[in-house]
Design a binder for this molecule. Structure first.
Ligand code: AMP
Length: 225
């Protein structure tokens, strides 16, 4: 299956995308993670993206579309993928439809995760990640075992993403409302939108998503995993 996850920052796209792709054997393509890796490696893309990301704005459509077009052509994405963080604008969604169309493929669904803004701000301020495996933790709801280090990398102290600073979070929520929220209507018109409540624990949201995926697999005549 080919799926996109849309939703505001902090709603759990990364966590749920990782679980979903892992359980189904699909490629997880997180554009935010690709950009953060490029920043850490100081590549030309990373140098271009750094100040944009830290200010909470979006990297240009042209750069992002090129990056995703290359990534979804890689072998591991042929059996299916979950896109986390792309598309984020209408031109990106149109470009994704066009690039899939060119290779006779199509998107199965856009999964829209929702949560109220207060919960998002609270979650983002408590979010920490492992710089090695990128696993996300929440210091309040889902802390690491010792409170500070990654469970799978006990020497690695968890860090806060630069763009999770409170003033940047506000900007990212504004950008989401203005530029990304309209995608819900775009996919609704195509009959591909599936809304999922993103509130509650990670396990609860995962169960809701799994039900939607099973229904999609049945509709597509596929054997649910
Ligand atoms: P995320 O990890 O998805 O929250 O992405 C972190 C940041 O990377 C975003 O706030 C944007 O600055 C940038 N970014 C990620 N994906 C995209 C995209 N599809 N289009 C533009 N900018 C993006």
């Amino acid at each position: 299956m080919r799926l996109v996850l849309i939703g505001p920052p902090g709603v759990g796209k990364g966590t749920q995308g990782r679980r979903l792709a892992g359980s189904q054997g699909w490629a997880l393509i997180s554009t935010g993670e690709i950009l953060r890796t490029a920043i850490a490696n100081e590549t030309p893309l990373g140098r271009e993206a750094r100040t944009i990301i830290e200010s909470g704005r979006l990297v240009s459509d042209g750069v992002m579309i090129g990056l995703v077009e290359e990534r979804i052509a890689e072998p591991d994405a042929q059996s299916g993928f979950v896109l986390d963080g792309f598309p984020r604008t209408i031109p990106q969604a149109q470009a994704l439809d066009a690039m899939l169309d060119k290779s006779g493929q199509r998107l199965n669904a856009a999964l829209s995760l929702k949560a109220n803004e207060e919960e998002l701000v609270t979650r983002l301020s408590a979010r920490r990640e492992c710089s090695v495996c990128k696993r996300a933790y929440n210091l309040v709801n889902a802390p690491p075992k010792d409170g500070r280090h990654c469970d799978d990398h006990p020497k690695v102290e968890l860090v806060q993403r630069a763009d999770d600073a409170p003033e940047t979070v506000r900007r990212r929520l504004d950008v989401y409302r203005e530029q990304t929220e309209p995608l819900r209507e775009y996919y609704r018109r195509q009959g591909r939108l599936r809304e999922v409540d993103g509130q509650g624990s990670m396990d609860e949201v995962e169960k809701r998503l799994a039900q939607v995926i099973t229904a999609l697999q049945v509709d597509a005549g596929l054997e649910p995993v």
